[in-house]
Design a protein around this ligand. Structure first.
Ligand code: AMP
Length: 188
């Protein structure tokens, strides 16, 4: 079972993907979390990724594909949060899933208006102190999302696997919407 959570920074992907993964009993795989761990641990990947992350830019596709290939190996399912973020990554993911014999169940796209995104990121910045939650970086991350990641909405809509969910409301309301939109997790 593989679900992708898609949405701009601040849309609530991390929170909602975590809850959805618990609900389905499959691992939650956040590429942002994996990268932050690598940066903290000072690994080769972390050293290469840090400057891109700090500026709010995407980490190059080849690094991301190596990371995800390694993470997916041997898994029977997962909730992907923050990956794919480019059409190159989406094409490569399709190939990897094919290779390991997994199908894509669907994509959950969280829709949140821009003023709400900015407000949510500001409150996360206070709570978590993420290095890339500064005003300037957030502006860049939103721009990068529009340029590089938003095209995946049409990409997955074209494949008939896109589930649009209103991402405004309480955490519980949004999770309920996700579950009722995608059914019990089997069909999209
Ligand atoms: P996130 O926690 O998903 O917002 O990711 C934080 C940062 O990690 C992003 O702004 C990117 O710099 C990097 N990142 C995470 N996932 C990806 C990805 N799939 N492709 C490229 N960069 C990524």
């Amino acid at each position: 079972m593989v679900w992708i959570f898609l949405g701009p920074p601040g849309a609530g992907k991390g929170t909602q993907a975590t809850l959805f993964a618990e609900h389905l009993g499959v691992p939650h795989v956040s590429t942002g979390d994996l990268l932050r761990t690598a940066v903290k641990a000072g690994t080769e990947l972390g050293k290469k990724a840090q400057s891109f992350m700090d500026a709010g830019n995407l980490v190059p596709d080849d690094l991301m594909l190596d990371l995800v290939r390694e993470t997916l190996a041997g898994r029977t399912g997962c909730i992907l949060d923050g990956f794919p973020r480019t059409t190159v990554q989406a094409d490569a993911l399709a190939g990897m899933l094919d290779e390991i014999g997994l199908g894509l169940d669907g994509v959950v796209r969280l829709n949140v208006a821009e003023p709400m995104l900015v407000a949510r990121i500001a409150s996360r910045a206070e709570a978590e102190g993420r290095a890339d939650d500064t005003v300037e970086t957030v502006r860049n991350r939103l721009r990068v999302y529009g340029e590089k990641t938003a095209p995946l909405v049409d990409y997955y809509r074209g494949q008939g696997v896109l589930n649009d969910v209103d991402g405004e409301g309480t955490i519980e309301e949004i999770q309920d919407r996700i579950r009722s939109t995608v059914g019990s997790g089997g069909d999209s």
